[in-house]
Ligand binder design. Structure first.
Ligand code: HEC
Length: 192
């Protein structure tokens, strides 16, 4: 299943990065002399989590987990954060409320994402979660068969991580980095 491959790839990449602590922060040579001078600054994000690497517009932390790149006082986000915002609003908002804030039915994801790594998050989204007791039955549906969610899992994680870290405020991010060509290719392959 091709769309699971993208997700598995990310998880495997995360494991590899975790075991190779000496991976250089920037693998690709900078395109221009100007980029050389500001190379380190390009990766710097607002918020407590700093990206260690960017590839095709997707930022990852030192463990290889997807993370956000936010600049301009919270006004500009990387493409994955933007995409995650859109997918969250299409698939999760009905239960978890606007901006991940939670509802009477489902918990705040701003709180839940604190310290939750990508593998744990992915496990819940794929398999769902149930909390049944005498007074209530809370059900988080399994999305493992839903491409509208599976194909965008890193995106949704990235967006919620930014919200959870306090790096991104409420509402739609005003500006975003361009949609990477690689994103469009992976999306087409996954949604087929
Ligand atoms: C039909 C309602 C519903 C939808 C839609 C839904 N969820 Fe949930 N979700 C829940 C409920 C209820 C829980 C709490 C389950 C529990 O306590 O065991 C939950 C739990 C979670 C948790 C675990 C929180 C924790 O504290 O461990 C995560 C992460 C999560 N949801 C993410 C998402 C994402 C991302 C989406 C959209 C792709 C989504 N959910 C869509 C109802 C929903």
């Amino acid at each position: 299943m091709r769309c699971a491959d993208r997700v598995t790839g990310l998880i495997l990449a995360g494991l590899a990065a975790g075991s190779l602590s000496t991976i250089p922060a920037r693998a690709a040579p900078p395109a221009t002399p100007a980029a050389t001078a500001s190379g380190a600054a390009d990766l710097k994000s607002e918020g407590p989590t700093q990206p260690a690497k960017v590839q095709d517009g997707q930022y990852t932390d030192k463990n290889g987990d997807p993370t956000y790149h936010i600049t301009d006082n919270g006004k500009k986000v990387d493409w994955y954060t933007m995409s995650g915002y859109l997918r969250y609003n299409a698939n999760c908002i009905v239960c978890h409320g606007p901006d991940g804030m939670g509802s009477t039915y489902a918990p705040s994801l701003v709180d839940a994402l604190k310290g939750m790594d990508y593998a744990h998050f992915a496990g819940i989204i794929v398999g769902g979660k149930k909390d049944v007791n005498a007074s209530q039955e809370l059900v988080m549906p399994a999305f493992g068969d839903n491409r509208n969610v599976m194909c965008y899992m890193p995106d949704i994680y990235t967006y919620l991580r930014a919200r959870s870290d306090g790096a991104l405020g409420r509402n739609r991010p005003p500006e975003h980095e361009p949609k990477p060509a690689a994103f469009e290719k992976a999306e087409d392959a996954c949604m087929k």
